[in-house]
Design a protein around this ligand. Structure first.
Ligand code: SAM
Length: 478
């Protein structure tokens, strides 16, 4: 089993594991969470600290939390590294809910200019003196996936985005057990997505044999830029996708594929079922993607017993025409070109009855009165959040008990929370009318052009011997 957090992330973040910290809707930061047991780091007594414009987050507050958790900023003395930190808010894992924030801000906004009295707030902590440095923000801790990696990876080149690679992998028939050639590797965006797509064994009615050459699928990636190659190799090893021998999913080779093709350094063939080219001159690489052995006696890099699917990703039409012309000469068929035009559809819940004072129709056609005032709207929000939090707490207790193999505890929790794998999502903790109407908004503009995707298929070679074998197996009726 792979130990890559992209493939087997477990239920919670782990010490020294990779997590993607979501700072805002479109801002993500990959972080290896360092265990505080090592002691002071960079002058912080908490150990390593992630400093962002939303506040400071000691790694210790982000370790051991379920994926998707919200973590609040803690107060650390960022201005005096090397000196002892001022111990402040240690409640990183104790979430302040949006309702808390609403309640506090509502209370603050409600202070009348005529009153000199201190503004009453929902939290008695508000009466305490302000901390040395405000710990106002929060982040979400996301499990690593190719999608969030694409949004957070350090860009060394243009990258292939999710909208394109999801379609490409589908057209390439990328599936567990498949072998894929990729060139150039660039920043590794496509490599991560394709590694996940091929992870696992190919489905077969026969049980796997010890002599099976391919345990999992594999991505054979090529990059000629030495610096990019080295950076990406280190990244792949950090992500548990390479450097682990038998469990490797990606083999990265430092190679100019125009000149030297796609065999591995030891001369073995990737026997690729699919090929993805993201190169400035893909037509120059095609000469190495043929069925027959090359003129210099090298083997074919393609799977001899299957049709091979190829996609070439090119930003301009001149590259497309040259590539298509070369494909036709080399026997590729079913050539077509696609452009993926992304439009985001934002789906969200409106809460008009909670915040704007409008009445709405609730369950079973009953009219629900609008809240009388802001206080009542906030109270409704609080109810929703409290019930959701209680539910989630029980859910995670049960999951942890299951992970520990503690059947008694898991069963006990099941009595409290009627949850099994197939029963998600749970019944809503409050009537749905209190959660607001589901609505959506479509981006008016199509995103800018990414690239043209040229697809093609190279049929398998078919000899007289193949025909004889096929005829013997499936005799044609006389
Ligand atoms: N698909 C990648 C991703 O999703 O991150 C981005 C690929 S980037 C646009 C193109 C890469 O091809 C560059 O890193 C470049 O160094 C590499 N490259 C260009 N010519 C090459 C060649 N002849 N052999 C191998 N790699 C090459």
């Amino acid at each position: 089993m792979s130990n890559s957090p992209f493939l087997n992330p477990g239920l919670r973040t782990t010490p020294n594991g990779l997590a993607i910290v979501q700072l805002s809707r479109d801002q993500f930061q990959p972080v290896y969470l360092h265990d505080a047991a090592g002691g002071e780091v960079d002058g912080y007594a908490e150990g390593a600290v992630l400093n962002t414009r939303f506040g400071s987050f000691p790694h210790s507050t982000m370790i051991g939390v379920p994926w998707g958790s919200q973590v609040r900023a803690s107060v650390v003395d960022t201005g005096s590294r090397g000196r002892k930190r001022k111990r402040g808010d240690k409640q990183g894992k104790q979430d302040k809910t949006p309702a808390d924030s609403v309640l506090e801000s509502v209370a603050e906004n409600a202070a009348t200019p005529t009153s000199d009295a201190p503004t009453p707030t929902a939290s008695s902590a508000a009466a305490a003196p302000p901390p040395p440095q405000a710990a106002s923000g929060f982040v979400h801790i996301l499990r690593p996936t190719p999608e969030v990696w694409t949004l957070s990876l350090p860009h060394r080149t243009q990258v292939v985005y999710t909208g394109d690679y999801s379609y490409i992998l589908h057209r390439l028939r990328a599936r567990p057990g498949a072998s894929i050639i990729e060139a150039g590797a660039g920043s590794g965006s496509f490599s991560h997505a394709s590694a996940r797509a091929v992870y696992g064994r190919q489905f077969s009615a026969a049980p796997p044999q010890p002599t099976d050459a391919k345990k999992n699928g594999h991505v054979y990636s090529f990059e000629f830029h030495n610096e990019r190659y080295r950076t990406m190799q280190a990244e792949l090893e950090g992500h548990g996708l390479s450097g682990d021998g038998e469990n490797d999913l990606v083999t990265l080779t430092n190679r100019d594929v125009y000149a030297n093709g796609f065999l591995l350094d030891d001369g073995t063939s990737p026997e690729a079922d699919a090929v993805f080219l993201d190169l400035p001159a893909p037509w120059r690489a095609l000469q190495h993607l043929t069925r027959s052995a090359t003129a210099d006696g090298k083997k074919s890099a393609l799977n001899p017993s299957k049709a091979v699917y190829l996609c070439s990703f090119s930003p301009c039409i001149e590259q497309v025409t040259r590539t298509v012309s070369m494909m036709r000469r080399l026997g590729w068929v079913d050539i077509d070109m696609v452009e993926v035009a992304n439009k985001k559809i934002l789906v969200y819940r409106e809460k008009p009855e909670l915040v704007s004072g409008k009445a709405c129709t609730g369950e079973a056609g009953k009219t629900v009165p609008a809240p009388r005032d802001v206080g009542e709207a906030v109270a409704r929000l609080k109810t929703i959040e409290t019930r959701t939090r209680e539910y989630n707490q029980k859910y995670w207790q049960q999951k942890d008990a299951e992970a520990r193999g503690d059947d008694d505890a898991a069963d006990k929790k099941e009595e409290d929370v009627d949850m099994d794998e197939d029963a998600t999502p749970p019944p809503p903790p409050v009537p749905s009318f209190m959660e607001g109407r589901v609505t959506s908004r479509v981006e008016p503009e199509v995103k800018t052009h990414t690239s043209y995707l040229v697809f093609a298929v190279l049929p398998r070679a078919w000899s007289e011997a193949d025909e004889a074998a096929a005829a013997a197996r499936w005799p044609v009726g006389n």
